[in-house]
Design a binder for this molecule. Structure first.
Ligand code: HEC
Length: 295
């Protein structure tokens, strides 16, 4: 397959040049708030017909991808069965009689919008999946996702995705707002690492996440329609239209890296947490629509 790319778009570098030219910020790099505004503005300008909240529907909200949208509409809520399995896992007591709800603030209701968050004590980014896994461990759970190799064991990943999907469904429609204080230098470092990863080229095609999800967003590459970076993460876990499997967000990252002909780090690697942090921060303000159906 031959790939045509336009000139690499790097808004943050442009922002730096512009600000420096204005004589504003010659001493400090752009701050995350400015980067957020610029990231969102790029997609709003690229797709002026798309209402802001609709970016949470991924590529199906973008003009020019009507065929994909029709297929998506036809699929409806095909993930419902998986969600029911997730509810069952969530509600089944551990041997000590407690359930997953006991591990979370507000019993896990209306809190998913704050994920991923910065754990000040552990000094790391924490995802919903991490909290669910730790909850099961602490309560001597026997879920297969505790011990399996999640990169390769699809059934274990499915079990994790099911309970994660149920967790997100308890916060459906809440406005995404990851709970991270970027004035904390360690949190800032995690953010910078996620950002760096998003914009760097890698793999045999020398693509970055931005090549497909900014430059080519709304277009089709081979036979694959491409989503905008704005909205990434709002619909996951998602059931894939092709494979009909419910998958966690980080497995989507692994699929993308494989499509870039880059070697994906293992499921559970810290870099995916940092990527999720960056992507969800850039989608701040959008409604959560997880679980969902996705390409
Ligand atoms: C070669 C093109 C390509 C590259 C490069 C690429 N992806 Fe993707 N990505 C896809 C395709 C195809 C899909 C499925 C259709 C869609 O939603 O865009 C997808 C979907 C996604 C989704 C789900 C979108 C949604 O609406 O829910 C996320 C999140 C994502 N990619 C993140 C990334 C990240 C992070 C990187 C960089 C590590 C990356 N992608 C690099 C092709 C790519």
């Amino acid at each position: 397959m031959r790939i045509r790319t336009k000139r690499f778009f790097f808004p943050f570098a442009l922002a730096w040049v512009t600000l420096a030219w204005l004589g504003v910020a010659t001493a400090a790099p752009a701050d995350p708030a400015a980067e957020l505004a610029e990231f969102q503005q790029y997609f709003k300008a690229k797709f002026p017909a798309v209402a802001f909240n609709d970016f949470a529907d991924g590529l199906y909200a973008l003009p020019g991808l009507e065929d994909a949208r029709a297929r998506w509409r036809a699929a409806g809520s095909a993930y419902t069965r998986q969600l029911q399995f997730g509810k069952k896992i969530w509600e089944t007591p551990f041997i000590n009689g407690k359930t997953f709800a006991s591990c979370f603030k507000n019993k896990g209701v209306n809190i998913a919008q704050g994920y991923p968050y910065w754990d000040k004590v552990g000094k790391r980014v924490r995802t919903v999946e991490m909290d669910l896994i730790d909850c099961s461990k602490r309560n001597k759970g026997e879920h297969v996702f505790l011990t399996a190799d999640l990169s390769h064991n699809a059934d274990a990943r499915l079990q994790l995705a099911q309970v994660t999907a149920y967790f997100y469904s308890l916060s459906l429609g809440k406005t995404l707002n990851p709970d991270v204080d970027l004035t904390d230098p360690d949190a800032r470092k995690a953010y910078e690492e996620g950002k760096q990863y998003w914009w760097s080229r890698r793999g045999q095609w020398n693509f970055s996440c931005a090549s497909c999800h900014a430059d080519l967003a709304g277009k089709t590459l081979g036979n694959q329609p491409l989503s905008a970076g704005l909205g990434h993460g709002t619909g996951w876990p998602a059931q894939r239209l092709d494979t009909e499997r419910l998958e966690p967000l980080h497995y989507r990252y692994m699929t993308c890296l494989a499509q870039m002909r880059a070697k994906p780090p293992a499921f559970g690697s810290t870099i995916y947490n940092h990527l999720e942090l960056y992507e969800k921060l850039m989608s701040t303000g959008l409604p959560l629509r997880a679980p969902s159906m996705r390409n």
